[in-house]
Design a protein around this ligand. Structure first.
Ligand code: ADP
Ligand code: MG
Length: 310
């Protein structure tokens, strides 16, 4: 029988080839160096079985998504991610599960060039908490509080695909591959976030639905906004869904997109078009900030149904 220390050694202690990390897994705490003139940027997200993923979800998808949702928060600040800790609570010592989880986590962390430097391992209902750490030049982070009257409002990618996928699974329908990919393998917009430093006035990642997440920007910035449902970027299946049901709440309030919503001064339009072209990342203007302190969604009279835990 493997003990806790062997478990950590077997599944979560990898070689690092990163000179800024002085101590990783194995000591009482980890140590890494920040570049001079930089700030530490840190964010934590927990994924709970039955809340964030289904009971029988694949361990590879769970590992990928735990990392991706945390990277998405770092992306929304315009920062670069560097290392992370993993607090893992598992109901039992299931080697097959751990093997798949850890190899996917290792592969995903290589993909995004981030390093596992520590964590904690306990027994209990399945729960994965990752704390992501990154850095950014001092005074460069894109906060929620910078939106100004007259700014344009943009979103990256398409909205509602992950929510449509989830809805299809719950309704017993079969989502297509693209929909499954959006739900299980969201791509954090790290390059876009970084390119928006000193360009965007505010930014947030859309994890709980555009309506709710844009409202966070409005509240933090003490402004209002007017957006237009007909301007929302939708892929083919969500376009079809909205055409058939007139249900705009799916792209407006559905969660799990992990796209960025940001605001920028009108004078930055050309720059934003250019950076979107260079990064081959779709960016769509969906409305404008105003001084009303309310969110007006033209073409939508439904109620807010964005995700809330309580
Ligand atoms: P402590 O008793 O000091 O909290 P632990 O036994 O919890 O130490 O952890 C020993 C080492 O293993 C520490 O460096 C810790 O960061 C690391 N660690 C524990 N669990 C994990 C995990 N799931 N993933 C990565 N590192 C872990
Ligand atoms: Mg511990």
């Amino acid at each position: 029988m493997m003990n806790e220390f062997e478990l950590i050694q077997n599944y979560f202690n990898w070689e690092h080839n990163e000179p800024s990390i002085e101590l990783a897994v194995g000591d009482d705490a980890a140590l890494f160096n920040l570049l001079p003139g930089h700030q530490l940027v840190t964010s934590t997200d927990t994924l709970v079985e039955g809340v964030h993923f289904f009971k029988d979800a694949s361990p590879s998808d769970i590992a990928y998504k735990s990392l991706a949702v945390n990277l998405s928060d770092i992306a929304a600040m315009g920062a670069s991610a560097k290392c992370f800790t993993l607090s893992l609570t598992i109901p039992k010592l299931d080697h097959e599960w751990l093997e798949k989880f850890s190899s996917s986590l290792k592969e995903s962390s290589r993909l995004f060039n981030v390093h596992l430097i520590g964590g904690d391992t306990t027994k209990g209902p399945l729960n994965i908490t990752i704390t992501m750490m990154g850095s950014i030049e001092i005074d460069s982070a894109i906060k929620r509080s910078g939106a100004k009257d007259g700014d344009d409002i943009y979103v990256s990618g398409d909205l509602g695909t992950a929510a449509l996928c989830l809805k299809k699974i719950i309704d017993g329908e079969s989502p297509n591959l693209n929909e499954l990919e959006k739900l299980h393998r969201p791509v954090p917009q790290l390059e876009l976030g970084s390119a928006l430093k000193h360009v965007a006035s505010s930014c947030i990642d859309i994890s709980d639905g555009l309506e709710q997440d844009l409202s966070h920007i409005l509240k933090a910035s003490d402004v209002g906004a007017s957006i237009d449902v007909l301007k929302l970027p939708l892929d083919e299946s969500v376009t079809e869904y909205v055409k058939n049901t007139s249900d705009w709440s799916l792209p407006l309030c559905g969660g799990d997109d992990y796209e960025l919503c940001f605001t920028a001064n009108k004078s930055n339009r050309d720059q934003i078009r250019l950076l979107s072209e260079n990064l081959k990342t779709k960016v769509t203007k969906i409305g404008e900030i105003n001084s009303s302190k309310e969110l007006k969604i033209n073409g939508y009279d439904g109620h807010s149904s964005s995700y809330q835990h309580f």
